[in-house]
Design a protein around this ligand. Structure first.
Ligand SMILES: [Zn+2]
Length: 264
């Protein structure tokens, strides 16, 4: 006869396993999204150099190793091995404080990064936000390249992709690529959707958008999403990124690295 305690324990265990669901499949790939790194951050888009350093230190202590999108592509296409715990650090918009404040910290931790450039605004200001924050110019972009910084696309003028027709999106990406080629700035075929916006809820538009990106030679497109990617990447035009805030240190940052967000 079965012991009642054993049966109850068994039922509890089965219940727990069912409620937790199966363990996720594939290697985890957190992709971190930053915008500005500067002292006394006043906006939600900025982290302080101290926080940024603390986060890179935490990554280092937890055994994370930075990779670039080209490493990810070679892993997928040529089966090149990835580190045990890969992570990708990205910056959107290309603010000048990347060079001033983030670069010395990136260098100290030998961390590669990808900066997504609104190509038509290089060297100008973030006028799409009505802002006057200076953006890196070509001279600075070439300097940063020597320190494991790579570049991806963020449309020509920080356009919301949802407001562009397929033809406009195709023309915009081609213009980005042509402009960077004319200026001889090496870049990756990776797009970050400005505002994280893309045709998320409209299946037909999303399919058309994917076709446009594919035809333009785009290998990956990144959104926000606050989730951890798993390799193999099943949706390469919807690679999710973790929106990192200035308050994300210690357990908060650790939780975001594991789950992509703080809430359950
Ligand atoms: Zn942006």
């Amino acid at each position: 006869m079965l012991d009642i305690t054993f049966v109850i324990t068994l039922m509890l265990c089965v219940g727990l396993i069912v409620s937790l669901g199966p363990p996720p499949i594939g290697k985890a790939l957190p992709v971190l999204m930053y915008h500005q790194v500067r002292p006394h951050p006043s906006s939600d888009l900025a982290v302080s150099p101290e926080t940024f350093e603390h986060q890179l230190q935490q990554l280092h202590q937890k055994g994370y190793q930075g990779i670039s999108f080209s490493d990810l592509a070679s892993h997928i296409d040529e089966k090149k091995p990835l580190p045990r715990r890969p992570v990708i650090v990205t910056f959107d918009d290309g603010y000048t404080d990347i060079e001033t404040y983030a670069l010395p910290i990136l260098q100290a931790y030998n961390m590669p990064s990808t900066v997504f450039l609104p190509v038509g605004m290089i060297g100008a200001q973030n006028s799409w936000d009505g802002g006057t924050e200076p953006l890196l110019n070509y001279e600075a972009l070439f300097r940063l390249m020597e320190h494991r910084v790579e570049y991806g696309l963020h449309t020509m003028r920080h356009s919301n992709v949802r407001n562009l027709s397929d033809q406009e999106l195709s023309t915009d990406i081609q213009e980005c690529i042509n402009t960077l080629n004319v200026n001889q700035l090496p870049h990756l075929p990776v797009l970050a959707y400005p505002y994280g916006a893309f045709h998320r809820h409209d299946a037909a538009k999303r399919r058309a958008m994917r076709r446009v990106l594919d035809e333009a030679g785009i290998k990956f497109a990144v959104r926000i999403g606050s989730r951890i990617n798993r390799i193999p990447i099943l949706r390469r035009f919807e690679v999710t990124r973790i929106n990192v805030h200035n308050t994300d240190i210690d357990w908060r940052f650790a939780l975001k690295l594991r789950r992509g967000r703080l809430r359950l």
